[in-house]
Design a protein around this ligand. Structure first.
Ligand code: CAA
Length: 241
């Protein structure tokens, strides 16, 4: 039986590429999505990948949703915490709603999702967790105190979790994508993209979602068992740590 992988935010953007790459690599995949029924339906029809709708910022929704996935597909071996949003504004203009939405969706979701599957992974002696952070959690970004805080938090969470589970056959790693050609990045004002993003990417282009998906396929493989607690930057040379 093939291993079961859950990809949050897995029907659009980087998440869709991850879901498709995992399916192509032989995994049974469940892609979660928050609200865009039309995109999720189209994704399901095109790929044959099962889609599940729930809000990853809700602990109870994650518990019920992941239970449904396990009832349908079997125990979850691989969790990719990819779902994320932006609500960009300089802090002096940011509302509590913008702050909370981003922290709840991008950071609290890692607790909400991972807490449901970690005991099963420990009991079975195998697990792969990949958290999708961001270059902006590493370097900061004007207008993103909420997003940068959440994405930096994802990195700390992953390192602690890696330590706690290293002896149980579970690896936990983080990928920090740079600017990838998705709806999220293309929503950045064109002038900002042209003046302050693209000129700072040494390879001279935005990344492609598939380039992040390939990193995930590598990290979740059985052969990657010695890699845990690591932060993999895939940003075209824009920021080196
Ligand atoms: N660095 C320095 N100064 C900046 C700046 C920057 N990056 N961006 C804006 N400013 C300055 C402006 O020059 C302006 O200064 P003056 O008043 O002296 O002219 C001032 O800040 C206000 O700028 P705006 O008029 O643009 O202010 P705003 O409040 O309308 O918008 C913003 C500010 C929301 C930050 C907007 O500029 C923006 O959306 N920027 C893009 C932020 C960004 O890159 N987000 C990444 C999204 S993609 C993503 O997050 C995926 C990932 O993981 C990589």
């Amino acid at each position: 039986m093939s291993r079961v992988a859950v990809v949050s935010g897995g029907s659009r953007g980087i998440g869709a590429a991850i879901s498709k790459a995992l399916k192509a690599a032989g995994y049974t995949v469940a892609a979660t999505y928050a609200g865009n029924d039309e995109a999720a339906g189209k994704f399901k029809d095109e790929t044959g990948i099962a889609v599940y709708k729930w809000d990853v910022s809700s602990y109870d929704a994650c518990r019920a949703g992941l239970k449904r996935v396990e009832d349908d597909l079997g125990p979850i071996d691989i969790l990719v915490n990819n779902a994320g949003i932006t609500r960009d504004a300089a802090l002096h203009k940011m509302t509590i709603e913008q702050w909370s939405a981003v922290i709840n969706t991008n950071l609290n979701s890692l607790f909400n999702m991972t807490r449901q599957v970690i005991e099963g992974m420990r009991a079975r002696g195998f697990g792969r967790i990949v958290n999708i952070s961001s270059i902006n959690g590493q370097k900061g970004q004007f207008g993103q105190s909420n997003y940068a805080a959440s994405k930096a938090g994802d990195i700390g969470f992953s390192k602690a979790l890696a330590l706690e589970n290293a002896s149980k056959g579970i690896t936990v790693n983080v990928i920090c994508p740079g600017y990838i050609a998705t709806e999220m990045v293309l929503a950045v004002p064109q002038a900002v993209l042209e003046k302050s993003v693209l000129p700072n990417i040494p390879v001279g282009r935005l990344g492609q979602p598939e380039e992040i998906a390939r990193c995930v396929v590598f990290l979740v493989s059985d052969e990657a068992g010695f890699i845990t607690g690591s932060t993999l930057s895939a940003n075209g040379g824009q920021f080196m740590v």
